[in-house]
Design a protein around this ligand. Sequence first.
Ligand SMILES: *Cc1c(COP(=O)(O)O)cnc(C)c1O
Length: 428
Amino acid sequence: MSSPTEFFSYKKGILCADGIPLDKIAKTSGTPLYVYSEKSFLKTLKILKKELRSFEPLICFAVKANSNIHILKLLKQNGAGADIVSGGELFRAMKAAIPSEKIIFSGVGKTEEEIKSALKSGKSGVGSFNVESLEELELINRVAQENKKVARIALRFNPDINAKTHPYISTGLKKNKFGMERKQVLKIFSAAQKYKNLKLQGISVHIGSQLLSLGPIQDAFVEVKNLITEIEKMGRKIELVDLGGGVGITYSNEKPPRISQYAKLIQKHFGPLKKKNKNFKLAIEPGRVIAGNSGVLIARVLGQKKHGNKNFLILDAAMNDLIRPALYGSFHAIIPVSQAYLKGPKLKYSIVGPVCESSDCFASDRPMSASLKRGDLVAILSTGAYGFSMASNYNSRPRPPEILVRDGRFRVIRKRENFQDLVRHEAF
Ligand SMILES: *Cc1c(COP(=O)(O)O)cnc(C)c1O
């Protein structure tokens, strides 16, 4: 494998981001570091916009996938809104000047403070609170009343569908904590007039992440459609249908659904639009599919060691910088920045970081050049989503910088943390 991602490929023997050599960026900014491609971020967004144009959908980027404000601004400038799950993400979305009506507040537990600030954001508060329980609905109604606001609501429906993804990122089964059962949704819609400070706009669904087949997505769409029919039969209007995110990406050799196929499926179930569809707004909440293959984590080799016949390649990046392999056992391609190392004899390595946990391991039994040595650079691919946003300071490691490549230049969009940053909130 040379490079599975379109915007990160070798040029003159060096791995580049949109044509900029990654060794040059590493020399300037140090390692470990995240490098993103602006073109890549925009490419998927543009495809989604184009394929779904007849809907004029609200495309709310899932902020948790990559929360950097510069990324949010970039996506906003290209028409995206934000799907948020916390007060912190609301703050970021507002900092990026995303119009409040283009913000969807998801998540299974919202505090009173978070609800209040979401109601007060922008001109008329967030575009939708996606509500996950009756108790939460009543809380939002009360907080809205106290603040003399009307909260726009969608009920998150749990269709009890197996998304066939990693159990930690499956969200649409009854046993998962997310959403409400059909009966509950119907009950709330039938009692809508009870909630004076709520505008019950519609329903949302999100059955999981890294979905690799359209089957479960289609099943969820069918359930949503049936539910809409039932709600409309009760004489209630549906104004918002939020189909969530979850479309998977290629990390090694997965064959995720093509965006055009995904869009066709939406058309099939909720279109053909414009005319028929005037009555409701369609929203989607893509995260990984926009960000995942738009970033890489660059690390320097600290050395090698051998236990019996087991080889370790030790990097200066660790699980605090990228936790996905430790958390989900997920696969990331790891390739040398210098193409020369693709040739010659290979050894099977455990590729590890310096953190004091045995789970601090990016890959096991991974064939890599036997000549890699201290100081050489490697790229951990497909780390634009749930990479930096899940990073921590564990082992008192300052978090890495984030760099954005655009128009043949690179720019730091988040500085490397320093030791002072580590103790900032302890020194008072
Ligand atoms: C995480 C999340 C998303 C984004 O999921 P991806 O798999 O990154 O597309 C969308 N909607 C909700 C409610 C989420 O929690």
